[in-house]
Design a protein around this ligand. Structure first.
Ligand SMILES: C[S@@+](CC[C@H](N)C(=O)[O-])C[C@H]1O[C@@H](n2cnc3c(N)ncnc32)[C@H](O)[C@@H]1O
Length: 272
């Protein structure tokens, strides 16, 4: 298995995944077809059946307590029974307020869903301290509440401020989608339907893996997850069927070897 580690392997995931041993993966970040665009790779007859097949395959590859993040739309796992394979713990909403295309006959869709599955009851790790976010909005609200006495006992409350920040929760509005102007955009063809922001993938990798862990990215696109893994000292296995995306992803990985670009990449990821 080591021959396929820490590089982007070009080919079909359903064939390549057989090379991975059972119970060997700590984390899977699966950003594959959503079944909503007319791109050839995104055309599938039933996204729910497709995802169920992935869940079944990936559940065997995960260690006990391993995590699968599955990207999709609100209904991507509806009406299929995934419960015998993995436990669905959260549906994370990645809020995308600036979608240009506006619905005419329905509400405009303003979010992607990231389904958070765990193999077994409890995740091997959930590194909350690595993914805390500022709690300014709540603070404002609580300070307002402190000026009003409790209806129960007439006392005034006291706000405790946690310097470390708060749990990001399951609605993420703080990470912007990429645009044509994003420095991080690896290739124009990857805009909108392909490339995810490094910050988004970084939050998943930081929360659900530790240094040295093995991460699987079965639909690597232009390599965002491998880049994040390499920067955060995780091992990875990555598959991608489109050879030109493999070339872009490989170049992104190679750039990380150069010290200046490593700094540049960090700056991009943290929005300096
Ligand atoms: C949404 S993109 C992933 C983007 C990636 N997260 C990134 O940030 O670059 C999905 C990718 O899956 C690839 N893909 C689709 N079906 C595949 C298959 N059966 N095997 C391997 N790759 C596949 C597509 O070519 C596409 O690049």
């Amino acid at each position: 298995m080591q021959e396929i580690e820490n590089k982007i392997v070009c080919g079909n995931t359903f064939a390549l995944v057989k090379e991975i041993g059972d119970n060997s993966i700590d984390l899977i970040v699966c950003d594959g077809p959503y079944g909503v665009t007319n791109k050839a790779w995104d055309k599938i007859s039933s996204v729910q059946e497709f995802n169920l097949r992935l869940i079944e395959i990936f559940s065997k590859k995960l260690k006990k307590g391993g995590v699968l993040y599955l990207f999709g739309k609100h209904d991507s796992v509806d009406f299929v029974d995934y419960r015998k394979y993995l436990n669905l713990k959260s549906r994370i909403i990645w809020y995308l307020p600036s979608r240009l295309s506006q619905g005419r006959i329905n509400y405009t869709n303003n979010y992607d869903t990231i389904f958070y599955f765990v193999k077994g009851e409890k995740a091997r790790c959930f590194n909350l301290d690595s993914i805390r976010v500022p709690q300014l909005v709540e603070l404002e609200h609580r300070f307002r509440c402190e000026r009003v006495p409790s209806v129960v006992n007439g006392r005034y409350g006291k706000t405790r401020f946690d310097e470390r920040g708060k749990n990001p929760g399951d609605v993420w509005g703080d990470i912007k989608a990429l645009t044509y102007r994003s420095k991080e955009l690896a290739d124009r063809r990857a805009l909108n339907t392909v490339q995810k922001p490094e910050l988004l993938i970084e939050r998943l990798v930081l929360a659900s893996s530790c240094e040295g862990d093995l991460v699987l990215d079965p639909f690597a696109g232009v390599g965002t997850c491998p880049v994040v893994c390499k920067r955060l000292s995780r091992r990875f296995i990555a598959f991608e069927v489109n050879a030109s995306f493999v070339a872009v992803a490989t170049r992104r990985l190679e750039r990380l070897n150069r010290p200046l670009d490593k700094q540049h990449s960090l700056e991009l990821a943290h929005g300096f």
